[in-house]
Structure formats: C-alpha cells, structure tokens
Write a protein of this length. Structure first.
Length: 450
C-alpha cells in the first residue's frame, strides 16, 4: 500500500466506529447489516449544458421530458452554480466539497501540453471515499477529467467501479481524445468498448443499480453530452485511429446534433429513473442533476449574459434538479444560491457519514433546504478563473475582469445590464475586501497545478 493510500485508509478508520476489519476494505463497516436503510445517491452531471438548454428551463427546441418529470416531481433550482465556468475545476470542487483552488485545480487539465501530466492529488478526500466508509458501493461511469495518468484514475479516489474516459471529451463513437489517444477505461486499464458514449454511460449506470440494489450505493454519472464533438447517435466518428480525422459537424449539423445529444441523454436519465422505480427504490434514492458549466455559443444560457469560460452568469449559473419522492415535495422551485461544492456535504449528510478528522469543507449541507425548505445560512461565495473573479452576497454580484470592476443586483437584473459600481461604492468596497481575504486564505500554501 502506498503511503498516501494508507493515510486515506487511516482517515477512513477515523470516521467509522467499530470497523469489523482494518485496511482499506470497508465495503461493510456497519458489521451487522449492509446498510439497507441508507438512501442511495445518484449524481448526474451533464457537460456544458446551459441555463436555457432543456425544456423545463425554457428551451423551445430541445425536449427533455425525463428531466422535466424530475423537476415536476421534485425541486428545480433557479440559482445553482458550478464552481467554475469550465470542466476540471468544477469537478475538483464537486469531488472534494471545497473550493477547487485548495486542490490547485483552477483551470482545465488539457489533453495536450504540460497539464496532461497533472491531476487531482490522492491526498484530496473525495465524497466517494467518505461514502465508502458508510458501506456505500461507489461507481462512476462517464467523464473524469481530473488527471489523465493512471496514478490519478478515479479507481484511486474512492470509486470501486469506473468505466468511461479521463479526458475532457472523446469522440462519441471511437472514444479517441483530442490528442489522438484511445480513452475508454475499465478501472485502471484501457478496455475498448463499442457504442455511443451517452448510451454506454446509461447502460453501465443501469447495470450498476441492478447489481447493487440490495445495498446502499452512490452512482456518479458525469455525462459527455452536450460537449463537443457534435455527434448524434448515428453520426460517424470524427476522430479515427492513427490520428486521422474525418469532417467535423458545422452550422446546421451542429444544431441538429446538439439537440439530439441532449435528448439522448434525457432518454438515458429516463432509463435510470425507470430502473429505480422497477426495483422499488424510488423513495430511498436521492437523485441530483446539474451541469458543470454554462453553454458555449452553440447552446443557450437563456436570458443570462456570457458563455462557458466566462464569469458572467451564463458561464456558471446552470440547471439543477433534485428528486426524492417522500422527502422532497413535488413542484418545488428554489431560489437560494447554491454551488456544486455543496453536494459533498449534502451527500455525506444523506448517508449519515462522518467526515474524516481535520477535513474542512467549503460547501454547505443542503439537506434541510431540500427536505424542509429551510433557509441556508448567509454566506459570501467566490469564483476565480483566469483574469476573472466574481463575488456573490445575497443579490449582489461583484464581477472583476482584469482591473475592470462591475456590480450588479441580480434580484432585478439577472442579465447583468446595469452596472451599479458608481451608485453603490460601499457595497463594492465590502465585496472587494471579502474577495481579497478569500484569495489570500484559499491560496495559502497551495501550488496551482492548472
Ligand atoms: Ca464542461
């Protein structure tokens, strides 16, 4: 056992009383039961899907009846944000429950160039590792994007089962990444598999649920849809073996494929929910759906300004839906401000798990909000990506792009049109002060890896 894994193992022991065995084999820490009463967790994250890209968020061109049904039967979020307007940092925050800056993952881990060699270090504690200590079966099927090298594989970060890809995107048919490498894994090895990525993610998700129906499970389904390349189910591969490329979708072909990519994912989500119902698990399964950042110019962010990569609202305010019959009332609409990193604490609370000693999360537990409509504690939230910084406190949003400072009141200006920086100097100063303190604290002793 490597030293790091040993430390993680010890951390796991610290959170569970009376483990029946030592070492990292913690599949059954409860001893006398397999934890049948513990709720299951399904976390579905879509890629680059914007605030206006699905029908329950106002799309008139893309139909997502299955996600819409979850929203109608559960809670729809109007002020949920990804931690970053791009993939890897959002995922680092989601996995660790902390600002991604603490893990040094502030930018994309690219398939080409020096960042390809880095990833989320094993010292970081993921939600999968904590849930495992409560006897949860843990699986991830889909996109990882927190390190290409096998040393950063999700199998080393608490996921007992992994099938999918480690890069930012693969060809939906050939599963070749941007740099020309085959990128389809089963745990620690590359194991090629035929099929359309979205359908494979659904297939393995359904299979995982069926195999683990008699024990608590945490299923993380990070979909590829609707990230480029733009390919529908029957479209040919664009990236071919040996570095060859065929023609890319353009113009109307992109619009046609984009719609299909979202709708095929929605169909897959329907199959996941149908499996839960068929197995009688609906009332003991918490399902959360969200996006990892806003849409690019091929998609829609509704009324919001900006796109993927930007700290305007369109870059990070994204769709999110929570569904849990019997616990979350149907037809709920929630306007409290929430963030991807809140999910760690929320899932740990749902599972009744304890955090390893010394682990401090930045995210907030949303369970009371979800099930009892409780108000979250007041807090100030921060984003930082490249030359942009944003601060959110109540309705106020400070946006800093290089030296250009803007202030918006989102309660009546969601599109960020009226800059109040001159009208509200005291609020600007207050948020600037909080931002400076946060930057100092969050980056202390951390080397940025991306
Ligand atoms: Ca993304």
């Amino acid at each position: 056992m490597k030293r790091r894994e040993f430390i993680k193992c010890i951390a796991g022991v610290a959170v569970t009383a009376a483990l029946p065995n030592s070492g990292c084999s913690m599949a059954n820490p409860g001893g006398n039961s397999r934890g049948k009463d513990r709720p299951n967790i399904i976390l579905i994250m879509t890629d680059d899907l914007g605030y206006g890209d699905i029908s329950c968020y106002g799309s008139t061109t893309i139909n997502t009846p299955n996600i819409d049904t979850l929203a109608e039967g559960g809670m729809k979020f109007t002020d949920y944000h990804s931690n970053c307007p791009v993939c890897s940092p959002t995922r680092a925050a989601l996995l660790t429950g902390r600002y991604q800056q603490r893990a040094g993952i502030e930018g994309v881990i690219y398939a080409k160039g020096p960042t390809r060699q880095t990833g989320l270090t094993l010292e970081e504690t993921t939600f999968a590792e904590v849930l495992k200590t409560r006897g949860y079966a843990t699986g991830i099927f889909g996109k990882w994007h927190l390190g290409y090298n096998v040393q950063f594989n999700p199998s080393r970060q608490g996921f007992e089962e992994f099938i999918g890809y480690v890069s930012g995107n693969v060809d939906y048919q050939s599963h070749i990444d941007v740099a020309g490498f085959d990128d389809w894994w089963k745990n620690l090895e590359k194991v090629p598999e035929k099929g359309y990525t979205t359908d494979l993610i659904t297939k393995h998700g359904v299979d995982f649920i069926e195999r683990h129906k008699d024990e608590p499970f945490c299923l993380y389904l990070p979909h590829e849809s609707v990230h480029s390349p733009y390919q529908g189910r029957k479209d040919p591969p664009e990236r071919l073996p040996g570095g060859k490329k065929s023609k890319k979708a353009r113009g109307k072909e992109i619009a046609r494929a984009y719609k299909e990519m979202v709708e095929v994912m929605d169909e897959g989500i329907g199959k996941i929910v149908e499996t839960i119902r068929r197995l009688g698990l609906e009332r003991k399964t918490f399902i959360f759906f969200c996006s990892d950042n806003g849409a690019n110019r091929n998609g829609s962010n509704g009324v919001l300004a900006g796109f993927k990569g930007s700290l305007w609202e369109g870059g990070h305010r994204v769709p999110a839906v929570a569904y849990w019959p019997g616990r979350i009332k149907p037809g709920m609409m929630i306007s409290q401000t929430t963030l991807g990193m809140d999910m760690f604490s929320t899932m740990v609370s749902i599972a009744g798990a304890k955090l390893p000693a010394g682990l401090k999360l930045d995210g907030t537990n949303l369970l009371g909000m979800l099930t009892e409509d409780r108000k979250l504690p007041e807090r100030t939230l921060f984003w930082r990506y490249r030359n942009q910084k944003a601060v959110r406190k109540g309705p106020w949003k400070l946006l800093v792009q290089d030296d250009n400072v803007k202030l918006y009141n989102l309660s009546d200006d969601l599109a960020e049109k009226e800059n109040l920086v001159n009208a509200k100097p005291a609020m600007v100063r207050e948020l600037q002060g909080e931002l400076a303190a946060w930057e100092k604290e969050v980056s202390a002793g951390v080397e940025l890896r991306t």
